[in-house]
Ligand binder design. Structure first.
Ligand code: B16
Ligand code: MG
Length: 218
């Protein structure tokens, strides 16, 4: 039976993609690289350094910088991003999510966060949601990012439950792949094409309802 629910952050609990976009766009401009919203889609669920590599690649500048320079660029982007997320409030929680979290807590489910973001704990604080989560995976301790199942397996381990006893919730196809490889039941929020591997798909977070999901798991 299901004992734990493991959440992605960006795109599932809140929409930080717009802030990432603004901060990356400003950094890229300094290096004469232009990125648009469509390109930004490719950065969802991708780690900070991998995002930078994709941006440099996009601008044809992948071989122009040393590792140290890239570290500096990534930390400059993060500095601006951290300033942007300081403005977040509980109003930035996606629709239906707070009701769902309350429902899960009422029924004593264990909750974990499996986000690629090193800013996950700060964002949960800003949203007033820290108290709901029994564990948060520290992405800096992982060897591999999504679609590797490591982040979801680590979350289950930290919760003290088996992966088979968990439901994972994601908005990125790499995240769904990671949940499936971890042998968890995958819930995908997004369009049919990108969520085609999900065990159960929703158009929006408004569809996150406990008994509906539990009925699908059986
Ligand atoms: P940070 P998720 C991901 O969040 C974002 O979707 C992705 O765009 C970002 O680069 C990544 O976190 C790392 O974020 O720079 O804050 O460590 O979807 O895994 O919750
Ligand atoms: Mg996401």
């Amino acid at each position: 039976s299901v004992k734990g629910f493991i959440f992605d952050l960006d795109g599932v609990i809140t929409d930080t993609a717009e802030y990432h976009f603004e901060a990356w766009q400003n950094l890229a401009k300094n290096y004469d690289i232009t990125i648009d919203r469509e390109f930004n889609e490719q950065l969802k669920g991708i780690s900070r350094m991998d995002s930078l590599d994709r941006i440099l690649n996009h601008g044809g500048r992948e071989t122009d910088f040393t590792e140290a320079q890239k570290e500096e660029m990534a930390s400059e982007k993060n500095g601006e991003y951290v300033k942007l997320i300081e403005k977040m409030t509980p109003e930035h929680i996606l629709p239906g999510v707070l009701d769902f979290l309350n429902e899960l807590k009422e029924h004593n489910y264990l909750l974990g966060l499996a986000s690629a973001s090193k800013n996950g704990p700060v964002i949960l604080e800003r949203l007033n949601l820290s108290g709901y989560f029994d564990t948060i995976v520290d992405p800096s301790l992982l060897a591999k990012g999504k679609p590797d199942p490591e982040i979801f397996l680590t979350a289950a381990h930290q919760l003290g439950v088996k992966p088979e006893e968990c439901v994972g919730i994601e908005d990125a196809s790499a995240g769904i792949e990671a949940i499936n490889k971890a042998k968890m039941f995958s819930v995908g929020v997004g369009d049919k094409e990108s969520m085609k591997e999900a065990d159960y798909r929703l158009d929006s977070t408004e569809g996150l309802v406990l008994d509906v999901i539990l009925n699908k798991v059986k």
